[in-house]
Design a protein around this ligand. Structure first.
Ligand code: GLU
Ligand code: ZN
Length: 293
């Protein structure tokens, strides 16, 4: 098996220092293992993806002296693959439609009997309002679909016990609280700290979680290198891999590059865009030094 890492940017804004760090780390790791570094364009959000951002990504990565094999995988070419996986999960009774908006969810989650709303990787943990409202036998394609996490956990463990072990992944970096090594999780962890996440978004016909799992498997990625902000999402990905019969890669979650006041860099902070440093005369070695590589 070839050691493979990837960098999977969304072309919705300029690459900043944090992206450069992630890409260089994945690239260097593949190099040190005689492996391959792949690029994937995550453009399922067509309302925000722009060709000029994609061009800027290639240009910045080449300038950083990174290289990758062609052709590049792009998510907008793979909608049929996502569709088939949704059909599969739907036919197994693991998805249900939900049209609750943010306000509905916040209101239901803070109803008196619910206590303080808890947050998972995708925001407030879905209070389950539409759970059990599945009527159609055909999968609706124009309505968001949620994964029934309790049902998924039962399928994977053959048990309804909260303590039943669902799966595990290997972390060779660290989570936000220093989690490292083998990270096991139980059915109760899934229902209490993640909940019924959306697998098919309106106007996308897929979601980040579903696409990333199918794409990592299709590209044969053995080591996923990405920011610590996605550590909590990894359990969702491991569940989906198990449900869809896909291998679980190893994970390396890296520290986030923060600005001077400790705020995580976001794409809108154009002040830290790689293109800005380039325009100011920085070299690739300067960028490496800035992120501590
Ligand atoms: N497209 C995602 C991002 O820009 C990549 C997430 C991942 O590496 O899994 O954050
Ligand atoms: Zn709903």
């Amino acid at each position: 098996m070839i050691f493979k890492t990837r960098f999977a940017p969304s072309p919705t804004g300029p690459l900043h220092l944090g992206h450069a760090y992630s890409a260089m780390l994945a690239h260097d790791l593949a190099g040190s293992e005689d492996g391959q570094f792949l690029l994937r364009i995550e453009d399922i959000d067509q309302s925000r993806s722009r060709p000029h951002w994609e061009e800027q990504i290639y240009d910045d990565l080449r300038w950083l002296e990174l290289c990758w094999p062609e052709p590049i995988m792009r998510q907008s070419d793979r909608l049929a693959v996502y569709d088939r996986a949704l059909d599969d999960l739907w036919s197994r009774g693991l998805l249900y439609p939900c049209t609750c908006n943010r306000k509905d969810i916040a209101a239901a989650a803070s109803a008196p009997q619910e206590g303080v709303p808890l947050h998972g990787p995708d925001g407030i943990i879905y209070p389950g309002t539409c759970h059990g409202k599945r009527r159609d036998t055909q999968r609706p394609t124009d309505i968001p679909l949620r994964l029934d996490m309790a049902a998924a956990g039962r399928v994977l463990t053959g048990s309804a016990q909260p303590g039943a072990k669902v799966g595990a992944f290997h972390e060779s970096g660290a989570g936000p609280n220093g989690e490292t090594g083998t990270i096991p999780f139980s059915l109760g962890d899934l229902t209490d700290t993640i909940g019924d996440v959306i697998l098919s978004r309106r106007d996308m016909g897929t979601s980040y979680h579903l696409s990333v799992v199918l794409d990592d498997a299709a590209q044969g990625i053995t080591h996923v290198v990405r920011g610590q902000d996605l550590f909590e999402s990894t359990r969702i990905h491991v569940v989906l891999q198990a449900l869809l019969g896909l291998p679980t890669p190893q994970y390396l979650h890296h520290r986030l590059i923060r600005d001077d006041v400790g705020k995580r860099l976001a794409k809108r902070d154009d002040a830290r865009a790689i293109s800005k440093y380039r325009a100011e005369g920085a070299s690739p070695a300067d960028i490496r030094a800035m992120v501590g590589l």
